[in-house]
Structure formats: C-alpha cells, structure tokens
Design a protein around this ligand. Structure first.
Ligand SMILES: O=C(CO)[C@@H](O)[C@H](O)COP(=O)(O)O
Length: 225
C-alpha cells in the first residue's frame, strides 16, 4: 500500500492544528514535519516545541525530517517531543552510522535522506541500520518547487538495492509530488509520498489526498500483477 504524508510546510501555520486534523480525517498516513535551521537549508521552520504541542491532538505517525546541520544535538529532544520516525540527511551527518543507531536506541524509527545530487551508494554501507530512505525530488528548503525527473533513476536503483538485500525499508519521496508525478515515483519504487502544496493549497485537501492515492495505487496494482 502507498502511504501519503502531507508536509506541514505548506499548511497554514496560523491554523496549524486545524490543518493537521483535516488531513488526519482525510486519511493521511504520516504527518511530515519539516524541520529547517537556516544553515543546512536556507529556510527556518519549526523545532521540538511545535512537535510536542501537536502530539496530544492527533494519532498520525510523526515523520520528522531534519534538514539541519549537526542533527545529533536534537535527536533526543525530537523523540521526547513525540517523533515516531526521524530522518536525517546523509550530507549533514559525518557519523551517519552512529546517528542512525542513536535514533533507534532512543526508540524511534530512522531514515536517511539524500539530496538530488547525492548518489545512493552510501546506503550500501549501512545494512539493516535504517527503516526508510527519503529521496529528495527537489532541492530541500522550500515547498512548491518543480519535481526533478533525474531522481527517478535513483529511486529505481534504491528499490533494486533494497529488494536484492531483502530489506523491509520504505522509500519515501519528497518534492513536487502531485497526481502527475505520483505515478512516476511509484513506478520507480517509492512507497511513501510526501506532498505539501498539492494537498494544502488544494481547495479540498481530502480530495487531493484521495486523488494522489488513486493515481499511485493504479500503478502499484499494475506492478504487482
Ligand atoms: O522538505 C521539503 C522541502 O524541503 C518538502 O517536504 C516540501 O514541503 C514539499 O513541498 P511540495 O513540493 O510538495 O510543495
């Protein structure tokens, strides 16, 4: 099954909880929380305080995407705030093996994010150490950017790598995902689709989630046959 993860970057921050509960009601699987520090990426967003404030009000899985330098300093705080899954960027972690192990030791699932220009081979040296790979399909930092089609080949390579190794790992994609690009990434092997503007800028986020899911699941059923 394909999972849909609305990205709060495109939500209305003045009415954040309303937007979160709307997408929960609409059948979202994960809530993708974009954490940006103004260093690793040019933008600045939220920290553990906002994650903790939302946590009691929704049952959604909290999928925290750390687009920050030196993420090790903040892992404990995000787990304590209620993160279920924490994804760090390979480019931001000089000791990625240690960082992933630390996230799991704290009791959360862990993911590795790769920027569009980062090759997937780094994953080969981390066997069994991550639960999710996040393939950035735009350069991180902002919502509403155009999907980078060259990332499809990388998704395919990672899908093969994971299947060949028999790993139970999700492949998440993030950036420019909508009803046109969702079938492409699912065909390439993605299983979790992050979408910001396609959901929160739609007149009805529930319809947007349904349409993205439908566009993806038609493809994923064809793949299974
Ligand atoms: O992490 C990021 C951007 O850095 C994403 O989660 C975006 O928020 C996705 O937005 P859309 O491309 O779907 O509008």
């Amino acid at each position: 099954m394909i999972k849909i993860a609305p990205s709060i970057l495109s939500a209305n921050f003045a009415r954040l909880l309303d937007d979160v509960q709307r997408v929960e009601k609409a059948g979202a699987d994960y809530l993708h929380l974009d954490v940006m520090d103004g260093h690793f990426v040019p933008n600045i967003t939220i920290g553990p305080l906002v994650v903790a404030a939302l946590r009691p009000h929704t049952h959604l899985t909290f999928d925290v995407h750390l687009m920050i330098e030196d993420p090790d300093r903040y892992i404990d705080a995000f787990v304590e705030a209620g993160a279920d899954l924490i994804t760090v960027h390979a480019e931001a972690c000089p000791h990625l093996h240690r960082t992933l192990t630390h996230i799991r030791d704290k009791g959360a699932r862990c993911g590795v994010a790769l920027n569009p220009a980062t090759p997937p081979e780094v994953l080969e040296y981390l066997p069994g150490l991550f639960d999710l790979v996040l393939v950035m399909t735009v350069n991180p930092g902002f919502g509403g950017q155009a999907f980078i089609p060259q990332t499809l080949v990388k998704i395919e390579k990672i899908r093969k790598m994971i299947d060949d190794a028999g790993l139970d790992v999700e492949i998440q994609v993030d950036g420019g995902i909508n009803t046109s690009t969702a079938p492409l990434v699912v065909r390439a092997g993605a299983t979790v689709l992050v979408a910001g503007s396609a959901i929160f800028s739609a007149p009805d986020p529930a319809v947007a989630i349904r349409d993205i899911r439908q566009a993806s699941e038609n493809i994923s059923e064809n793949i299974r046959r």
